[in-house]
Design a protein around this ligand. Structure first.
Ligand code: SF4
Ligand code: SF4
Length: 147
């Protein structure tokens, strides 16, 4: 019997259940990097300055309180899909929004939450600094070319 079509291929982002939506996050940690926006062009630059609450395995140590503690903590919602262009190219929400296939290292495809780290698709092995270790006026020095 043919396998059922997985939900990320059969449903739009707005059709997913809360559990499906949560499971779509690959845990790469890239959205927890501080970003700088060029006010003139609107272009968003990623830096290797990471939120102070990120753990060594790219999890949030303050998940329940994250929006209270970090006002600019990313809160992705299906209704904001037209804003997803600034997300990393590898972000699963952006991939699904753009009608692309999830990569084979994605936890839902690989059925292994550590595969993403093993293939360096997360920021786990990046040379990062914490946002409480570097003054905000210096973040520009940490801009990275790709994410
Ligand atoms: S960039 Fe996307 S997939 Fe990666 S941790 Fe953030 S929300 Fe999840
Ligand atoms: S508070 Fe937000 S930005 Fe910081 S680690 Fe947690 S989810 Fe990421």
């Amino acid at each position: 019997m043919a396998d059922r079509v997985p939900f990320w291929k059969s449903k739009s982002l707005s059709e997913m259940t809360a559990g499906e939506w949560e499971s779509l996050c690959d845990g790469c940690g890239k959205c927890c990097l501080q970003k700088l926006e060029d006010e003139d062009s609107g272009k968003v630059y990623y830096t290797r300055v990471v939120c102070r609450y990120m753990t060594d395995d790219c999890r949030c140590s303050q998940y329940q309180r994250r929006h209270e503690l970090v006002p600019n903590c990313v809160w992705l919602k299906p209704e904001d899909v037209d804003q997803f262009f600034w997300l990393p190219d590898t972000c699963a929400y952006r991939i699904v929004a753009e009608g692309r296939d999830l990569p084979d290292w994605h936890p839902l495809v690989a059925r292994d939450a550590n595969r993403i780290h093993a293939v360096d698709a997360s920021i786990q092995h990046w040379d990062l600094v914490r946002d409480n270790e570097v003054p905000e006026e210096d973040w520009e020095e940490y801009i990275i070319d790709n994410q």
